[in-house]
Design a protein around this ligand. Structure first.
Ligand code: SF4
Length: 762
């Protein structure tokens, strides 16, 4: 792709000023990069004032080994961004104005209680955005806030990009969090669909230096195949790129399943349920039958299936492109069906289950189910305890019992990132009360009555609680803050803990909340057979946690590490990990080894076997079959990822809004010629849901019939305070995505395969 230049290929990129080499008045600190799922170790150089003046990859990190991308290299700019809020903002008649923390918390407590008392707990909704997954605080306190409110109105960014994978794992393996990852370092054959890790650096697959790991597959004689409607940078690196029509990955995957059965290539393990049912379902999806829909020639599909079956160690990996489509759950399911059918699930070089260090070894096993509740307006089923973000606007704007009147947002920017964003943006403006935990006054938080800004990344601890379960090697690293908090400034953990206390309506302190959670967790741990502390005295364990004199937040992390599979079990395994040991003996992180087979530990279906053909998926296959005969739109829209961008949250970093990171409408030159569009022309994109204008960029990287816009842009809205982003506003792709279109099994939004028309602006 012409716009992707060599300077974006990242190893040891340093976009910030070169760090002084140990000069007077500087110091070096090491920590995990909090900007994406790759978890690279960073070496920061800071001056006396705590300003980051240099960033390098941490060569001593055993996982990332010095890798760094342009985003990580600019952590200093993000950390020291002058637009980052340093104090709470309170909204008055003349807009937002700074306030003190006590007033801000008092306002939040008063308004939340008023609305709950008048309208019930469901009147207050919670939205957890994507940045939450990169903090310590949100995984520790997000659940406590929801529980304290007692609300059923929970929304997260998961229904914008990954819920199909959780639903798939929930039904296949019984645990929605048991997502197999490709064993990149040992596989000999990688088939990737809808994934572009050269730009994203990996998602639901934590692998620092993903590009290097892909190159290594090829260097050891393996093959990398990319299936994508766009010839991405990842596709360009691969041995083979196969164009597929957007939204038809499930058709192609079913044709691969069909071929494995048809040609006697399926070699699944014995202990799976549903094999015959699956085979019957796949009958209708021969490569020849699906080729007109997918655009993939039948002989190519058959060859891909044969190569997959013949490879000694192979993995199929599908990511965001396969999730954000009308058949997202079916596509996610069939990815792992292929891993099972080729005997590659849970074996080295195949698709494996990580074993994260903080995972409690005594997890309770419950059968997975969805639809325990339904959303009030559209009747959409609850999935993983939440409703689709695609229906958040409905729930705010539709009067009646249970109407959302107040909203808590923690990170994220749904006013830009949700489908049909303009409608949600207008709905947020009508809320009685909104509080946002966010460092910026952005397109979403401009509607908040109170904004509670967390401290800078360097003033915050980092422990990737939400991401270690997707790592391609077992690994752990704890990063304490590298700079102290200013006097009177609460940590992000304290902000969220205070929100939880305020939401409960009870008196209390963050420390008391932590104490309650520690007591409850230890109580369950000592009572549960199989726990490393089974039968011990919780009071004794509590004293052990207090020995290091750490904060109650760190004591909670310590408890999770000690109870986890590599932990010391509170002294039961003296060589095991503790948070203190991670901090003092492994400041660059610890490699806990290559992934090991552990399906037996993971499986928690009611049958105790892999459910290869769950009834909800089998039923939805009728919809897939019907679509084989449906009309194909002439033009469909897909998203696009840039290495220098991460959703909307890095667009105020000057270094990252230059270069290849541009918000253009890419389209195939044949389509451009047919529509009378030349490079640089302004074009209008129209869908059922709305329209937008963008600048055209013809490129043969797009397959004919497909146009592409990146997401996370559209920073021209008034009332924000992010000056760099406002100067590089771009256009919001979600002006044309449709909140009525979702994957019915997961509630995930449909961002890929949106039917559109494109015409020059006259
Ligand atoms: S790849 Fe991700 S974790 Fe690594 S430096 Fe870049 S943004 Fe940070």
């Amino acid at each position: 792709m012409a716009r992707d230049t060599a300077r974006d290929t990242a190893r040891d990129v340093d976009l910030s000023p070169p760090p002084p080499s140990g000069g007077a008045g500087t110091r070096t600190a090491h920590r995990t990069c909090p900007l994406c799922e790759a978890l690279c170790g960073l070496e920061l150089t800071l001056d006396d004032a705590g300003t980051v003046i240099g960033v390098r990859g941490d060569r001593d990190d055993p996982f990332s080994k010095g890798f760094l991308c342009p985003k990580g290299a600019t952590l200093g700019s993000l950390d020291g961004d002058p637009d980052r809020l340093a104090e709470p903002l309170l909204r008055g008649p003349d807009g937002h104005a700074p306030g003190d923390w006590d007033t801000a918390f008092a306002t939040v407590g008063r308004e939340l209680r008023r609305i709950v008392d008048e309208h019930g707990p469901d009147a207050v909704a919670v939205y957890l955005g994507n940045p939450s997954a990169h903090t310590v605080a949100a995984p520790l306190y997000g659940g406590a806030i929801i529980k304290a409110l007692g609300t059923g109105n929970v929304y997260t960014a998961s229904t914008a990009d990954q819920m199909p994978k959780h639903v798939s794992s929930g039904h296949l393996f019984g645990d929605p969090m048991a997502v197999p990852v490709p064993d990149l370092d040992r596989t000999g054959h990688l088939l990737m669909l809808g994934a572009n890790p050269l730009e994203s650096n990996g998602s639901l697959c934590t692998a620092p230096d993903f590009p290097g790991r892909l190159k290594a597959i090829r260097a050891r004689g393996g093959k990398v195949t990319v299936v994508d409607p766009r010839r991405t940078r990842t596709a360009a690196l691969a041995d083979e790129h196969v164009f597929v029509r957007p939204g038809t990955d499930a058709h192609l995957l079913m044709a691969l399943v069909h071929t494995l059965f048809d040609e006697g290539l399926a070699t699944p393990p014995q202990d799976v349920n549903g094999l015959a049912d699956l085979r019957a379902l796949a009958d209708d999806f021969s490569p020849e039958r699906v080729a007109p829909v997918t655009g993939v020639p039948a002989d190519t599909t058959r060859r891909l299936a044969r190569e997959l079956a013949a490879a000694e160690r192979a993995a199929v990996y599908g990511r965001i492109g396969t999730c954000t489509q009308a058949f997202g759950t079916l596509a996610s399911w069939l990815v792992d069906v292929l891993n099972v059918l080729t005997g590659n699930l849970d074996r080295p070089g195949g698709a494996m289950f990580p074993k994260p260090a903080p995972l409690p070894a005594y997890r309770r096993k419950r059968p997975f189910t969805t639809g325990r509740r339904h959303s009030r307006v559209r009747g959409l089923p609850e999935v993983n305890g939440e409703f689709p973000v695609a229906t958040l606007a409905d729930e705010i704007t539709t009067p009646g019992d249970g109407q959302i009147r107040a909203l808590i947002t923690i990170g994220g920017n749904p006013a830009l990132s949700a489908p049909g964003a303009a409608r949600l943006d207008a709905a947020l403006a009508g809320l009685e009360f909104m509080v946002s935990v966010d460092p910026y006054l952005n397109e979403t938080t401009r509607h908040a009555h109170v904004i509670l800004p967390p401290p800078r990344p360097t003033q915050s601890p980092h422990f990737p609680l939400a991401l270690l379960g997707f790592a391609v090697r077992d690994y752990a690293r704890y990063s304490p803050p590298v700079s102290p908090l200013p006097e009177g400034r609460p940590s992000e953990a304290e902000i969220l803990a205070r929100l939880a206390v305020l939401a409960s309506g009870l008196d209390g302190t963050p420390e008391a909340l932590d104490e309650m959670i520690i007591g409850s967790t230890l109580g369950k741990a000592v009572a549960m057979a199989g726990s490393p502390v089974h039968g011990r005295d919780p009071g004794e364990l509590r004293e052990i946690l207090a020995e290091q004199g750490a904060s109650t937040v760190e004591q909670r992390l310590d408890m999770m590490v000690r109870l986890g599979p590599y932990g010391d079990g509170f002294g039961a395994d003296p060589a095991g990990l503790t948070l203190h040991r991670l901090r003092t003996e492994h400041p660059h992180g610890i490699d806990l080894g290559a992934l090991r087979p552990r399906l037996a530990e993971v499986l928690c279906t009611a049958s105790g076997r892999i459910e290869l053909c769950p009834p909800p998926f089998a039923a939805d296959t009728a919809r897939l079959r019907a679509s084989l005969d449906g009309p194909a739109p002439e033009l469909v829209l897909i998203g696009r990822r840039h290495l220098r961008s991460n959703n909307s949250w890095l667009h105020n970093v000057p270094e990252l809004v230059r270069g290849s990171n541009t918000c253009t409408l890419q389209l195939n030159p044949d389509d451009a010629g047919r529509l009378g569009i030349a490079a640089g022309d302004r074009v209008r994109v129209t869908s059922r849901a709305g329209e937008l204008e963008a600048t055209a960029e013809p490129t043969d990287a797009l397959m004919p019939g497909v146009v592409s816009l990146p997401h996370g842009w559209g920073h021209a809205l008034p009332g924000t305070r992010a000056r760099v982003a406002a100067r590089n506003a771009g256009v919001n792709v979600n002006a044309v995505t449709d909140e009525q279109e979702i994957d019915p099994l997961s509630g995930n939004a449909v961002f890929n395969g949106v039917p559109v028309t494109v015409a020059p602006v006259t």
